[in-house]
Design a protein around this ligand. Structure first.
Ligand SMILES: C[S@@+](CC[C@H](N)C(=O)[O-])C[C@H]1O[C@@H](n2cnc3c(N)ncnc32)[C@H](O)[C@@H]1O
Length: 253
């Protein structure tokens, strides 16, 4: 059997080359700890692949070079992409409650990848796969037009300084990219507790000509849908009095 090298966070510290888009995540090095090291050893070869480094486990690709989701999940089902799954609690809970769809979580932060693998293993989930690296790279290079049922972007890094806004995930060029990968009728669901970013997200999503926000006539935001669980990260914010905004828009063309 071919040996699969485990992922490392080394790529995070390589600045994007001048012709490449800016990264939307912070470079961080973190200690994994025993349980997560063990989770990576055991579970990465089964459920993980690397976006940027084929030596660390390749995604199955079709002849056209697109991600072969049928081979990846072992069945044909609607696919939900989660960008920046963090520690994975939301992914694991949503996938457990939604066995008819397949969840592809992409995260740049290695401990989060390992934690999600642990959660998936403990819950015995079969509809989750985990990719390490830059989700936008994966979407650009390997996800075909109209291939996703939904895209989830929950509590993306707010990049609060104006000079860093160009690193935000929710900005027009990324939204157009994500919209193109959704099927017609598919949903882009975003949530944030950073009110200025929430307002900028709302404006950006409503300005995209291919997206419809059914809540636009009533202010644009919706109450947290029951299927999106509250994460520890979010609860900490709520405890500090932060307000959370959810936006759910649909591809219409
Ligand atoms: C503030 S955390 C929120 C995590 C999680 N969604 C939650 O609600 O707890 C944002 C996460 O997005 C990840 N991230 C940001 N840009 C990314 C990208 N382009 N590809 C993959 N992960 C990304 C970061 O590494 C970070 O873990």
């Amino acid at each position: 059997m071919a040996t699969v090298n485990l992922p490392s966070d080394a790529f995070r510290h390589v600045a994007a080359r001048p012709h490449e888009p800016l990264r939307t995540f912070h470079p961080r090095r973190s200690v994994l700890g025993h349980d997560r090291e063990d989770a990576l050893d055991r579970l990465w070869p089964r459920w993980g692949f690397s976006v940027h480094d084929e030596d660390r486990g390749t995604a199955p690709l079709t002849e056209a070079g697109t991600l072969d989701t049928e081979a990846l999940f072992g069945r044909r089902a609607p696919v939900v992409l989660e960008i920046g799954s963090g520690m994975g609690e939301t992914t694991a809970a949503m996938a457990a409650a939604d066995p008819g769809r397949d969840y592809l979580a992409v995260e740049a932060h290695l401990p989060g990848i390992a934690n999600l693998l642990l959660l998936v293993d403990r819950a015995g989930l079969t509809n989750v796969r985990v990719a390490h690296g830059d989700a936008l790279d994966l979407v650009r290079r390997h996800l075909p037009e109209g291939s996703l049922d939904a895209v989830h972007v929950f509590f993306p890094d707010p990049w609060p300084k104006a000079r860093h806004h160009k690193r935000r995930i929710i900005q027009p060029v990324h939204v157009a990219l994500l919209r193109s990968r959704l099927r017609i009728g598919g949903a882009l669901h975003c949530a944030t507790d950073w009110l200025e970013y929430a307002e900028s997200m709302r404006e950006t999503l409503e300005a995209d000509p291919g997206l419809d926000n059914p809540a636009a006539p009533v202010g644009g935001f919706v109450a947290r849908p029951a299927h999106r669980p509250v994460t520890k990260f979010e609860q900490r914010g709520l405890d500090l009095g932060h307000e959370v905004r959810d936006l759910v828009v649909h591809r219409v063309r």
